[in-house]
Ligand binder design. Structure first.
Ligand code: B12
Length: 209
């Protein structure tokens, strides 16, 4: 792991910000730093899982990530904002799940490339996804999920879109930690990824096809 990931695991905000600045000055792509920070948070999660860290530490790590993301946001816009794609995406973290750090990065990345993003926030119930698709008529629906329990919510949302006759009008992209641990054929999404850049590249292809 790099210095940024190490600093996150050490819950050291100053070291995380210093490592971020140092890497940016050395020309590192800001999205590579998001990935590195994500790796650090995975270790934080493992420490929480095995009882070495508690909720307090999880929250501290999330705060540090947010401070780092504040520094990275303008750099992401600078480095990845060149292309202008038109289209609309509805995105949200599924019901019962309040993790949004990853979703917010995906949102920034889409917005800086000209995509209109309707962000439903966190803990988004199935009906709200369906209503938003009916109201805004997006080409793409994005769902973020990090909890094991969220897998069934994603499935439920896709089935509800199908039942409402809306499934064929949208492409569905799912992301977030738990997505890396499941077989997408269970969900039937058009794309499942834990890489924001890959996700947004595919979404752009859909929007320009
Ligand atoms: C930070 C964190 C928190 C923070 C969240 C702050 C916030 N505003 O999001 C806080 C402290 C609030 C929190 C709370 C909880 N957490 Co938590 N948390 C984490 C942690 C450490 C990091 C998650 C994270 O933000 N990663 C960084 C981001 C950038 O990564 P990402 O979300 O994967 O996003 C990237 C990609 O996936 C992709 N992406 C994301 N979304 C989308 C969407 C689309 C469409 C696309 C294309 C791509 C995409 O792009 C992003 C950038 O590359 C994880 C550990 C882990 N392994 O993930 C645990 C973890 C997810 N949490 C866990 C748990 C258990 C909880 C709590 C239940 C704890 C508790 N007892 O209260 C609560 C849940 C509350 C709830 N109802 O949701 C468990 C989940 C276990 C499970 N499998 O169910 C984990 C895995 C920790 C662990 N190992 O035990 N948590």
């Amino acid at each position: 792991m790099g210095k940024l990931a190490d600093a996150l695991v050490a819950l050291d905000k100053n070291a995380a910000l210093a490592a971020t600045q140092e890497a940016l000055q050395a020309g590192t792509d800001p999205l590579a730093l998001v990935n590195e920070a994500r790796q650090g948070l995975e270790v934080v999660g493992e420490k929480y899982d095995c009882g070495e860290f508690f909720l307090m530490e999880l929250m501290r790590a999330a705060q540090i990530f947010q401070s780092v993301a504040q520094v990275l946001t303008p750099k992401i816009v600078e480095a990845h904002g060149g292309v202008k794609t038109s289209g609309k995406v509805v995105i949200g973290t599924v019901a019962g799940d309040i993790h949004d750090l990853g979703k917010n990065i995906v949102k920034i990345l889409m917005e800086c490339r000209g995509i209109e993003v309707i962000d439903l926030g966190v803990d988004v119930k199935t009906e709200r996804f369906v209503e938003a698709v009916q109201k805004h008529r997006p080409q793409v629906v994005g769902m973020s999920a990090l909890l094991t329990a969220s897998v069934s919510e994603m499935k439920k949302n896709i089935e509800a879109l199908e039942a409402a006759g809306l499934r064929d009008s949208v492409k569905i992209a799912v992301g977030g930690g738990i997505v890396g641990e499941i077989d997408n054929s269970v969900l039937g999404a058009d794309l499942a990824t834990v890489d924001a850049n890959e996700g947004v590249r595919q979404i752009e292809q859909w929007l320009t096809a």
